[in-house]
Design a protein around this ligand. Structure first.
Ligand SMILES: [Zn+2]
Length: 391
């Protein structure tokens, strides 16, 4: 049985090779694409369905632009033009050429397959081989004997093969590198292939694994190049110059901080005041950064306890393990220029959010943060299975 669907990387759920299209640079197409992305950005952030954007009344548009004034320029494309005369394929099914280039997509072509070498006599041999993704769910292994027939080098991906022909799981090379970091090992070669294979087999779905891959809508029967989701196909392991970004972006956006107000004697009732520090600290360990900020606004005691740089430095290390450039930066002498770790945390947390409409320097890091979710799930299952506790 051959699936009529394309299949995707088991780790990031993105296409295996050249299914992405960078759109035309025609100025009119650019305007239409960006106007649509602007409307969808607003819809998503206000909780609406992102694709319900075609019917926008003039007063709704004004409200949107008043809340997102930086998108006013893109609204030009909404007026006085006959958009019906333009083929939507020209602007709505391709990526913005100013946001991503064809070279940025080349990492998607390096695909490996994790599987069991079939038709080999003797005990099962697990493989992680360079492969070529053909179409639908067909994968051809490169390191087979050149004299082998097509059938001998051909494998089927995911859960549609019959039992005599075990499925393989295709992954981008960069994604398996990321997964090895999440597992906590130094190289892909150290991954125990049989363990990871069994983990993926447990999670196998029709065209990817049964994991949460974040808020992306590209994976469908065929890959959809959704304008505004360009970040989801940027290489997650691209080199990132943290020191440079801290100077040109973080520090440039800092204003001279005022001495914190001392309002402790004005607090009438704060249930956290009498709670032991150890207990509060334990609670805070389970809260994400934005929840701590919300608690800061509600409780003077929490605000006081979380003022120190050491608190936020620990949170940066614990919450952003996927940002290894930050840990390297902390080990360098130049990190002494950072005076306020709470501001650094808030800045990084905001910049690296994998959100629809994201553009710019942080796209690769945001994609890494997105993919770290499935990597963490796979790594936890890997360790449990390795130690025999996952049946
Ligand atoms: Zn991938």
């Amino acid at each position: 049985m051959v699936a009529e669907f394309n299949v995707y990387c088991a780790i990031c759920c993105c296409p295996l090779g050249g299914s992405c299209e960078v759109g035309s640079t025609n100025p009119w197409h650019l305007k239409l694409r960006r106007a649509r992305v602007a409307r969808r950005t607003y819809s998503r952030r206000t909780g609406s369905l992102y694709y319900e954007t075609d019917e926008e009344e003039e007063d709704e548009k004004e409200e949107r632009l008043s809340k997102m004034p930086w998108l006013r320029e893109t609204a030009e494309a909404d007026v006085d033009e006959d958009t019906a005369s333009v083929n939507s394929d020209d602007y709505d099914h391709s990526y913005d050429p100013d946001v991503i280039s064809p070279e940025d997509l080349s990492w998607l072509n390096t695909v490996f397959a994790l599987g069991i070498a079939h038709r080999k006599p003797g005990p099962r041999t697990y493989m992680l081989c360079d492969c070529y993704y053909d179409d639908r769910n067909r994968v051809y292994i490169h390191d087979t004997d050149p004299d082998d027939s097509d059938e001998q080098s051909r494998y089927f991906a995911y859960g549609v093969s019959d039992l005599t022909d075990p499925p393989v799981f295709p992954v981008h090379w960069e994604c398996i590198v990321l997964l090895s970091r999440a597992i906590g090992i130094s190289s892909v070669a150290s991954i125990q292939k049989n363990v990871l294979y069994d983990v993926m087999l447990d999670l196998a779905d029709f065209s990817c694994l049964n994991l949460s891959y974040g808020d992306i809508t590209g994976p469908d029967q065929d890959w959809q190049c959704i304008p505004g989701e360009e970040y989801s196909v940027v290489c997650p392991t691209l080199e990132f110059d943290m020191g440079h970004q801290i100077i040109v972006d973080f520090e440039a956006g800092l204003f001279e901080s005022q001495k914190p107000l001392e309002l402790g004697n004005k607090v009438i009732k704060d249930p956290f005041t009498n709670m032991p520090y150890d207990v509060i600290y334990l609670i805070l360990q389970y809260l994400p950064g934005d929840s701590i900020m919300a608690l800061n606004r509600a409780s003077w005691a929490i605000l006081t306890l979380t003022r120190s740089n050491s608190f936020w430095k620990n949170r940066l290390a614990g919450d952003m393990v996927w940002l290894w450039e930050l840990q390297q930066y902390f080990e360098s002498p130049e990190s002494s220029r950072v005076r306020n770790y709470k501001s650094l945390y808030l800045w990084l947390d905001k910049k690296t959010q994998p959100l629809y409409g994201l553009t710019g320097t942080f796209m690769g890091i945001a994609n890494r943060r997105r993919i770290w979710g499935p990597c963490t799930e796979l790594a936890e299952r890997y360790h449990r299975k390795l130690h025999g506790s996952l049946q």
